[in-house]
Design a protein around this ligand. Structure first.
Ligand SMILES: [Cu+2]
Length: 359
């Protein structure tokens, strides 16, 4: 066991060193697309133009056929992606609501898996898999004790499932060989269970090879509110993720809500002294841990969101894959405050942004 962990650590270190060599030319945090562009192996000019069409569909790290000149100053085309990280941030999907004969609330969703090429940084295309055309998938929101019914349609070319975190019968667990098991291409199923326990959870595909099915984009946040609701707040969701654009089982792009530097190029606007509640989920593959660090402020931290009492007042939390928690904070001063992974490498490759605090 110890030996296995050691071997894993060595593999991680070697991977890291290989990537570091690529990064040695990256000067500083905050250069956004320019730093990212320098860090991702690619070709310029005609070679890039020639390869662009080939790579674009295969998830290669190709960029626009105009080469460097056409790349600078460009932004990710959120419209072409079909989703915008700024919309995803405050978008909660409470489903189609009705009442069961026994008086309980029923919430229904339809979630379809599909293959979906997206631009994860200016000019960097990735052959993603998505739930309902967005990455992360919809943030499903229910209240403790609700009945949840999720119809899953597999519109992809590989088998997929939805595995929910939470307490439910084995038949609704979304894993191979149990209940409906793997859902084949074109197939569908219904997962039905009760919303419990209250807290911040997640859902993701659970088909092997697992790392690939998750890293391709099949995941989302799953929030269960306590019956006695939390204090009103400006609420937002960040799903920390990354993308392996060259299939070396290491990420070249890091982000919260998929698009590297999205909240840096356009900061998140919040009001001074207003309670901000951030639902933070880590789904990052290929790296053992991820983190969130806030500048100029501290936050109350509730691990897994399963309590109303924070366990810590801090400015940094560290999460392994699948871990999540609720962060609550108020900004006493106006101004621009950075947040980012405290792993500097992740920061430089996209996982950073700003809160813009105004009166
Ligand atoms: Cu899958």
């Amino acid at each position: 066991m110890t030996k296995r962990i050691f071997r894993h650590a060595i593999i991680q270190l070697v991977t890291r060193l290989t990537r570091r060599r690529l990064l040695s030319a990256v000067p500083a945090v905050g250069l956004g697309a320019t730093a990212l562009h320098a860090a991702i192996p690619h070709k310029h000019g005609n070679a890039a133009a020639a390869e662009h069409d080939m790579n674009a569909g295969a998830g290669g790290a190709a960029h626009g056929s105009n080469g460097h000149a056409g790349f600078r100053g460009r932004e990710v085309d959120h419209r072409a992606n079909g989703f915008d990280p700024h919309r995803i941030l405050r978008d909660f999907d409470t489903g189609k609501v009705s009442r069961l004969p026994n008086g309980r609330t029923l919430r229904e969703w339809t979630i379809a898996a599909a293959e979906h090429e997206i631009e994860i940084a200016p000019g960097v295309k990735f052959a993603a898999w998505s739930y309902n055309g967005r990455i992360p998938g919809p943030t499903l929101r229910a209240t403790e004790g609700d009945r949840l019914r999720i119809k899953f349609i597999n519109g992809g070319r590989h088998p997929h499932t939805i595995h929910f975190h939470g307490i439910h019968p084995a038949s609704a667990d979304g894993v191979a060989g149990i209940g409906p098991g793997d859902i084949p291409p074109g197939g569908e199923t219904v997962y039905e269970f009760d919303a419990t326990p209250y807290g911040l959870h997640l859902y993701h595909c659970h088909v092997r090879p697992l790392a690939e099915h998750i890293a391709k984009g099949l995941y989302g946040a799953f929030l269960i509110d306590p019956k006695d609701p939390r204090e009103k707040a400006d609420e937002m969701v960040m799903v920390m993720n990354g993308f392996d654009t060259n299939f070396d089982r290491a990420n070249e792009v890091y982000a919260a809500n998929t698009i590297g530097f999205a909240y840096s190029e356009k900061p998140i606007r919040i009001k001074r002294n207003e309670l901000v509640r951030l639902y933070l989920v880590n789904v990052l593959e290929y790296d053992l841990i991820n983190s969130f660090h806030l500048h100029g402020n501290f936050f109350d931290y509730i691990p897994t969101g399963t309590s109303k009492k924070p366990s810590e007042l801090t400015d940094t939390v560290m999460l392994c894959q699948g871990q999540r928690g609720i962060l609550e904070m108020r900004f006493p001063y106006t101004g621009r405050y950075m947040f980012h992974a405290h792993q500097s490498e992740f920061t430089e490759l996209g996982w950073m942004g700003f809160f813009e605090v105004t009166d």
